[in-house]
Design a protein around this ligand. Structure first.
Ligand code: ATP
Ligand code: MG
Length: 590
């Protein structure tokens, strides 16, 4: 079991495992599994399950396999299998084996015959609508199928012929014979097999009958030797069925047990593969790894570090009540991790030209700049400075409003790490828009400090126009405007944010970024963290802004508590912010 060391599950699952070991159950063995259905890409909710499944195995020196729960050929695809394997590896986990529920089709079939022979399962020839109607409901009795008491030999013959392909799709089912009056609907003679002529991504046309989730899941667990089978709370009502099947089969070992925890949901997004698939197929986003999606592939492309996702999942732990976590809480973990690891760079996203009129023509000075104040090992880089610069348009105001301390005519500011400059005037185009800001620099302030100790109220980033590389930068806002998409109308798409993407195509980056490796995440100083697209050169995605919105939310909600902050010893998200008394550039507010 090979995985990151930063996981400790202190929760009810760990307690249950400890109790089992103390009681000598399973000979002290611990085995879990992560069982995705390959019908879509993994999302942030799956990360919680992955961290739980692999984390518990690791904590108790056990085994965790990746099992594809591929029992429904209509929706499954090899593309999803591959993406799931890749995403788990990226998150930092290594399954002890990759296995497929479809590998157990022969075992499941044999066990089903055993139940038929024992009079515990029967072939029902009613259609699905009738079966469903007869199931009844809470407080409403179930109605027994007229085929329920047919002789086992007759069911066995029909079941074998179902498997041989003698009957039409959906014309019969195999059902467990349990209790049509049970208070638990799952026990009202659940379907075990249906007839469906669909090509399976692994077994091809070998089978025309396919097992249901409930019939396949616990039995797959038992065949593999799983001890603790974790799933989400909606399966609580399935647990008696899980146990019933296992109790009536001849198992190779001790029966596994199902443990349920709350699904992870986040505000302003959806974590259902069906919903995500709809966004992709309807073209509302640009594929499964569109950085606005909560899929792991998208979060990776957007620059979320795997460690931040693991830390977040470990922090929220395994709980028993469903609750939506704030997107901002996850972002706080992303910011904390990137603050430690991301090199700082200068980039101007909404440029306006700044010309230093007293700068010697053609002179270029190279400044040594610290890559990451949080990480001395990250070293220095050289940044060129010249008399033609790009600065943020928002960092200049011709007529500054109150409390605006950045550049304006007559005002002196610091160009970070370089010089103090004072604006002297502007050029405008016919429409009255500023095209160039003129300024003078004080040659005695090289490095950014005045020998006479005079203070300036603002420090701004810049890039040398002749040296900068042009890039496209994608800014993202939440994909859904509502905290709980669909809460109003029942349809999440009604809450889709029409302005979730803003593409800035005239951005200028310091030259070091021209060679940014695909996927590299850097901090654009004063603007946020940005990830180089894995495929398109000179294309960056904003990972997350610099402002800790989660801390602000916490302050509002629980003034005395620091609860929910990332625990690691990070410093403030804005190492340069102390010098910036002005409002941050508009790019940060998106
Ligand atoms: P979806 O509804 O998105 O298709 P699912 O539960 O059908 O989700 P599976 O592929 O069957 O997806 O899930 C694999 C594992 O991940 C299961 O153990 C499931 O309980 C868990 N899981 C899925 N979604 C979440 C979530 N939002 N939070 C925590 N665990 C989840
Ligand atoms: Mg599922």
């Amino acid at each position: 079991m090979n995985q990151p060391a930063n996981l400790t599950a202190t929760d009810f699952v760990a307690d249950a495992v400890r109790a089992d070991r103390a009681a000598g159950r399973y000979g002290g063995r611990v085995q879990t599994r992560f069982p995705p259905e390959p019908n879509g890409y993994l999302h942030i909710g799956h990360a919680k399950a992955i961290v739980a499944d692999f984390g518990i195995a690791r904590q108790f020196d056990g085994v965790c396999q990746l099992r594809f729960d591929d029992t429904n050929p209509d929706t499954e695809d090899e593309e999803y299998v591959e993406s799931i394997i890749e995403d788990i590896a990226w998150l930092g986990f290594e399954p002890d084996a990759v296995v497929y529920a479809s590998d157990y089709f022969p075992d499941l079939y044999r066990w089903a015959e055993d139940l038929v022979k024992a009079g515990l399962a029967y072939v029902d020839q009613q259609d699905a609508a009738t079966v469903s109607l007869q199931r009844g409901g809470y407080g409403r009795p179930g109605v027994e199928s007229p085929y329920r008491d047919r002789p086992p030999a007759e069911s066995l013959d029909l079941f074998r012929r179902m498997r041989a392909g003698e009957f039409e799709d959906e014309s019969m089912t195999l059902r467990a014979k349990i209790d049509m009056q049970s208070e638990n609907m799952q026990l009202r003679d659940p379907v075990m097999y249906r007839i469906r002529r669909s090509r399976h991504h692994r077994t091809g046309d070998d089978w025309v009958i396919y097992p249901t989730y409930d019939w396949a899941h616990g039995q797959s667990d038992a065949l593999e030797g799983v001890t603790h089978s974790m799933c989400t709370l909606e399966f609580v009502s399935h647990r008696p069925l899980y146990d019933w099947y296992l109790a009536h089969l001849d198992l190779p070992g001790e029966a596994p047990q199902q443990l349920e925890f709350a699904r992870l949901e986040l505000t302003h997004t959806v974590t259902s593969k069906r919903r995500l698939r709809q966004l992709v197929t309807d073209g509302l986003v640009d594929g499964w790894d569109d950085p606005r999606l909560p899929t792991l592939a998208a979060l990776r492309r957007r620059g979320y570090p795997a460690a931040a996702i693991r830390d977040f999942c470990a922090h929220i732990g395994l709980n028993k009540t469903n609750a939506r976590h704030s997107l901002e809480e996850l972002e706080a973990f992303v910011r904390a991790e990137l603050n430690r690891t991301a090199p700082r760079r200068m980039a101007v996203l909404r440029p306006v030209k700044l010309v230093i009129d007293n700068w010697p023509a053609d002179r270029v000075e190279w400044f040594e700049v610290v890559n990451n104040p949080e990480d001395p090992a990250a070293g220095l880089r050289r940044v060129p400075f010249s008399g033609q610069l790009w600065i943020e348009r928002d960092d200049f105001a011709e007529a500054p409003p109150p409390k605006f301390f950045r550049l304006s005519p007559g005002r002196e500011v610091r160009l970070r790490g370089a010089y103090l400059v004072t604006a002297t005037g502007v050029d405008k185009d016919a429409a009255g828009r500023v095209t160039t800001i003129h300024a003078v620099h004080d040659p005695a302030t090289r490095g950014g400090d005045a020998p006479d100790g005079r203070k300036v109220k603002s420090t701004m980033h810049w890039v040398s126009a002749d040296h900068a590389v042009q890039a496209t930068v994608a800014l993202y806002d939440r994909l859904f405007l509502a905290e709980t998409p669909g809460a109003r109308t029942g349809e999440p798409l009604d809450d889709l944010n029409p302005d979730s993407l803003e593409l800035l195509t005239d951005c200028w980056l310091e030259p070091a970024l021209g060679q940014a490796p695909p996927g590299q995440v850097v901090q654009f100083e004063r603007l946020g963290y940005f990830a180089a697209d894995p495929r398109r050169p000179l294309w960056f995605h904003r990972t997350v802004g610099l402002r800790d919105e989660w801390a602000a939310i916490n302050r509002r909600q629980q003034p005395e508590s620091a609860g929910g902050r990332p625990a690691a010893g990070q410093s403030k998200g804005r190492p340069q912010a102390a010098e910036n008394s002005g409002r941050p550039p508009a790019a940060e507010n998106n």
